[in-house]
Design a protein around this ligand. Structure first.
Ligand code: IMP
Length: 186
C-alpha cells in the first residue's frame, strides 16, 4: 500500500495507471492534507506534502509537485503554475501573456518525493520538453494540456489519449522512476 498526497483527480488517475500496472503492482490510497505549498522549488513542496502524509498515516507516502516552465517568461509560471489563474483560465492567461513571445519553448516538470516512516526521503524527477502553441486544442487532461505540444509531436497533451500522455509526460517519466525506486530496497 502506498499513500498519495493529492486531491487532484487527474493526477491520481495518472499515478494509479502507472503504479497499479505490471509486476510492481502497488495499491494506492489517497490522503487529504492541508499543507500550504509555499516552497520556492518543486522539491521543497513535494517533500513537505509527502512528509505530512507519511506522518499522518505512518505509511510510505508520495507527493508530487509539478508545473510548467516557459522559456520566454524566465521559467514562469513554475512553482506557481496552479495559482497563475483560476483553473479554467490557465491556458487563456498563458496565451495572453505570451502574445509577443516568438520562442515558445517550455517544459513540464514533475518532482515526486517519497517519505518513509523511518524519516528517509527520496526524490525522483521527470521533465517533458515541448512548446506552447498559439491556441487551445483538445479536451482531455487538465491544466495547460490544451496548449502544450511535446517535442517531436503535433498533438497537444489534451488531444492525446491518457496512455499516450503517460508515455511522454513529466509525471509519467517521474512515476516510472518512482516505480523502480520503490522496487529497490526500502
Ligand atoms: P501542483 O503540482 O498541484 O502544485 O499543480 C501544478 C499545476 O501545474 C497544475 O495545477 C497544472 O496547472 C499544472 N500542471 C502540472 N502537471 C500538468 C499536466 O500534466 N498537464 C497540464 N498542467 C499541468
Amino acid at each position: 500500500m502506498i499513500v498519495v498526497a493529492t486531491s487532484n483527480e487527474h493526477k491520481l488517475r495518472e499515478i494509479r495507471d502507472i503504479l497499479n500496472g505490471g509486476t510492481g503492482h502497488r495499491p494506492v490510497r489517497t490522503c487529504q492534507l492541508s499543507v500550504i505549498e509555499n516552497g520556492k522549488t518543486f522539491e521543497e513542496n513535494a517533500i513537505k506534502k509527502a512528509k505530512a502524509a507519511c506522518k499522518k498515516t505512518d505509511q510510505i507516502a508520495i507527493a508530487d509537485d509539478s508545473g510548467l516552465e516557459v522559456k520566454c517568461l524566465n521559467g514562469k509560471p513554475g512553482v506557481k503554475s496552479a495559482r497563475f489563474a483560476k483553473p479554467h483560465l490557465l491556458c487563456q492567461k498563458l496565451l495572453r501573456v505570451m502574445k509577443n513571445c516568438s520562442d515558445r519553448s517550455a517544459q513540464f516538470v514533475c518532482v515526486i518525493a517519497i517519505a518513509y516512516p523511518s524519516g528517509k526521503i527520496k526524490i525522483v524527477k521527470g521533465i517533458c520538453k515541448g512548446k506552447i502553441i498559439h491556441e487551445m486544442r483538445g479536451t482531455n487532461g487538465f491544466g495547460y494540456d490544451p496548449v502544450f505540444v511535446p517535442k517531436g509531436y503535433k498533438k497537444t497533451f489534451a488531444q492525446m489519449s491518457a496512455t499516450m500522455k503517460n508515455r511522454l509526460s513529466h509525471r509519467g517519466k517521474a512515476l516510472r522512476k518512482l516505480k523502480s525506486t520503490l522496487a529497490d530496497a526500502e
